[in-house]
Design a protein around this ligand. Structure first.
Ligand SMILES: [Zn+2]
Length: 303
């Protein structure tokens, strides 16, 4: 068991002389917590962590303080897809569709990112007003292959030349260091400067460094950018908006006949939040209370 040694956060950085911009996210603690809550296998946790780190990058540029940023992907591979959210307070939550995708691979096939994600991804990025409000914007696109780094690169490349590295190491079957770094070419940058740093993204240098140490001093050294400086750090942390009250409200939307049957059975029905894995037991007395508060039209529902 590795104790948390980092605080999850995201930030942007610049090299003014070379006109290069960087986005950075560390989501190690949140990835560890959610992988445990969702009981993810090590390969599922690795991909979940990379997608979550990607969401950390997205949140640097996208989303206001009163918005939830939703990052969805449907994948053709065994992982199936993921749904991730980041709210305006930097709270992260979400899940992958298959918790043990490697078991769905043909026997003998290595559970690489490419094998588990499959050939193509359909991606949706949505900004929703916080508190279950209106959708403010939504963009969809498809990419091949379907791995999270390809998805993130495609998203950012749409606006500005970008390279993305997502890194998720494990320790004892749990996510350890889960980090992301993006390189962007600002207007006025020279080809040779962008290409030199992009080569460090392509040859594994940046991935190796993220797995080890990603302090500003080290990154200046590794990227050979003496004037690299960072903007304000924004905190990221696990946080879900689920509550017993919301669970009861969602039960109240079920057909009255189903609720009456559940109440009559005398059983406690477990309700699991798919975003954070928390379980809420809904017992007979809670079901009876929900039935008492149903609207008259709902009570007449005989289905
Ligand atoms: Zn939850």
């Amino acid at each position: 068991m590795v104790l948390a040694r980092t605080n999850d956060a995201c930030l942007e950085a610049f090299s003014p002389s070379k006109r290069l911009r960087f986005l950075y996210a560390d989501v190690s603690e949140t990835a560890r917590r959610l992988a445990a809550a969702h009981k993810l296998s090590a390969p599922a946790a690795r991909l979940f962590g990379k997608a979550l780190a990607g969401l950390g990058l997205l949140g640097v540029d996208v989303g206001e303080d009163d918005e939830v940023l939703c990052f969805d992907a449907d994948l053709q591979g065994p992982l199936g897809g993921f749904h991730l959210e980041r709210d305006g307070n930097g709270h992260l939550r979400g899940h992958v569709f298959e918790t043990r995708p490697e078991t769905l691979l043909p026997s003998g096939e290595e559970p690489t990112d490419a094998a588990l994600c499959g050939r193509a991804a359909r991606v949706k990025i949505t900004r929703v007003q916080q508190g279950g409000g209106a959708i403010r914007s939504q963009m969809s696109f498809a990419v091949e292959p379907a791995t999270p780094d390809v998805v993130l690169t495609a998203f950012f490349n749409n606006a500005i030349p970008t390279r993305v590295v997502l890194s998720a190491t494990e320790w004892d079957g749990e996510p350890d260091r889960v980090r992301a770094l993006a390189l962007q070419r600002l207007p006025g940058a020279e080809d040779k400067d962008f290409d030199r740093v992009a080569a460090l993204f392509a040859d594994g240098t940046v991935a190796d460094q993220l797995a080890f140490d990603a302090t500003l001093a080290t990154m200046r050294d590794v990227l050979d950018l003496w004037d690299l400086k960072t903007g304000p750090t924004r905190a990221l942390a696990f946080g879900c908006s689920c509550s017993a009250k919301r669970v009861f409200a969602s039960f109240a939307k079920r057909p009255a006949a189903e609720l009456r049957a559940l109440a009559a059975s005398g059983r406690t029905v477990p309700f699991r939040c798919h975003l954070c894995g928390r379980e809420y037991p809904v017992g007979p007395s809670a079901l009876a209370s929900i039935l008492r508060h149903l609207t008259p039209t709902k009570k007449e529902d005989k289905k």
